[in-house]
Ligand binder design. Structure first.
Ligand code: LLP
Length: 420
């Protein structure tokens, strides 16, 4: 359920007409509904009510500090994967004790920054990272709270690029080797073992792989207990899918019920790292049609818009489907196949391929739906296209939460070299 609906033939975000925002902000821009963000967060949370848990929003999905702040005000924490994400989370007012740090390549500097901030827990992904963290914590005369991210070797049945819990993926420590690492960590003066974590992939449309992974985690915790290692936190990662097209992902409430049932009787705080499910359908990308064309010798129709693969990488990168709606509602007119493409000089630059689209004219606005997750946060300035604006709506008001970049932003930090 989201708050992007047609009212009197005009696509609105809550009570604001998208065309009015476009007139003021220009195109393209990302647009988020705060009512949808709040609704998704509270729906997700409600499944875990009464159970010790902490929801840590996966910052990578949508990193704008206004959005992080919105979730922080609702009690959310942050799942971070870089020093930059730590900086954002702190700036947005996320409490350090609600921040967890995942990722296979944490640098010394990043570890030190997170230790100094006093985050809740590091999800350690390799023996070498454990050694480095112990060293850095010693230098800072502190102790690092850790979980190991275990790789449960479960097939999440999702796109290969976003599957992370298979033995062949780079993530985590094989469950077979994890015990010896916990035993090693137990002997380290600057390490405090507090948890076990796992994250098996993204855009999962079934509950079973989560439960299979959780069972492996539970069995592993039993082994740890036998070794006298007590676990306070079980981190289930993120991964619940959303409907982009006709997918039928589990409802967060059903997911929560299955997780609760599995964890019954365990004296642990559950940590969750949802990203997409909170923001995916709370954001859209608004773009303006520039040209329409047909190339001779081909029946192919192209709708050239002002947004491109640098603004929304998912279609080019994963062949991902995003529904595209006209901002001005069209009568149920005849639709024809078209590619919706951007101005970038690559054939891979498309937002939709062979899509049934109504007749559209230059100057019309289109809404690329379900773009709130991994949309702006994966955007780049490829082809020297300044990054677009981000706008947040609340009721009948809207606010620019990130200015459109300008040409000067493109060359910031660059210099004409004196060497040549
Ligand atoms: N926790 C960890 C350790 C993760 O690696 C991820 C996502 C999440 C949580 C959040 O997963 P979510 O709930 O959003 O599925 N760019 C891709 C998705 C990459 C996901 C990376 N990790 C896409 O656009 O589909």
């Amino acid at each position: 359920m989201n708050h992007f609906t047609y009212q009197n033939g005009e696509l609105c975000c809550e009570d604001v007409r998208i065309k009015d925002i476009a007139a003021q902000v220009g195109t393209p821009f990302y647009l988020y509904s705060s009512a949808t963000l709040r609704r998704h967060f509270t729906a997700f949370e409600s499944g875990f009510a009464g159970m010790a848990h902490q929801t840590c929003f996966a910052v990578k999905a949508c990193s704008n500090i206004a959005i992080l702040n919105l979730f922080a005000k609702l009690g959310g924490g942050a799942d971070i994967v870089s020093g930059g994400e730590l900086f954002r989370a702190l700036k947005a007012g996320v409490e350090p004790q609600r921040i967890i740090y995942s990722g296979v390549g944490k640098s010394r500097r990043e570890l030190a920054e997170a230790l100094q901030a006093g985050i809740l827990m590091f999800n350690v992904e390799s023996p070498q990272e454990l050694d480095r963290l112990n060293e850095v914590a010693a230098e800072l005369k502190t102790r690092a709270r850790i979980a190991f991210r275990i790789n449960p070797d479960v097939d999440p049945k999702t796109h290969a690029y976003i599957s992370t819990g298979l033995a062949k993926n780079k993530f985590g420590i094989p469950v077979t080797e994890a015990l010896q690492e916990y035993l090693r960590a137990k002997t380290m003066a600057h390490i405090e073992i507090v948890g076990v974590s796992c994250h098996i992939g993204s855009q999962l449309t079934q509950i079973e792989p989560f439960i299979e992974a959780l069972r492996k985690v539970k069995a592993f915790i039993a082994k740890l207990n036998q070794e006298g290692i007590q676990i306070k936190y079980v981190d289930m990662g993120g991964g619940i899918g959303i409907p982009y097209d006709d997918e039928q992902p589990p409802h967060p409430i059903d997911y929560a019920a299955a997780v609760r049932a599995e964890l019954a009787g365990m004296d642990c705080t559950l940590i969750l790292e949802p990203g997409r499910v909170l923001v995916g359908n709370a954001g859209i990308l608004v773009t303006e049609v520039q040209y329409t064309k047909r190339n001779s010798g081909s029946e192919k129709r192209f709708i050239v818009v002002d947004a491109a693969m640098n603004d929304l990488a998912r279609p080019s990168l994963y062949g991902a489907f995003h529904e595209i709606l006209p901002v001005r509602e069209t009568a149920a007119a005849e639709k024809q196949q078209a590619d919706v493409v951007g101005p970038i000089c690559e054939s891979g630059d498309f937002l939709a391929k062979d899509r049934l689209m109504p007749e559209v004219q230059a100057g019309e606005l289109l809404a690329v739906m379900s773009s709130g997750a991994y949309g702006f946060s994966m955007s780049s300035t490829y082809n020297s296209r300044p990054r677009v604006a981000e706008v947040l709506v609340s009721g009948s008001s809207f606010e620019v939460i990130r200015q459109r970049e300008c040409y000067d932003d493109l060359v910031r930090g660059e210099a004409v070299s004196g060497l040549c």
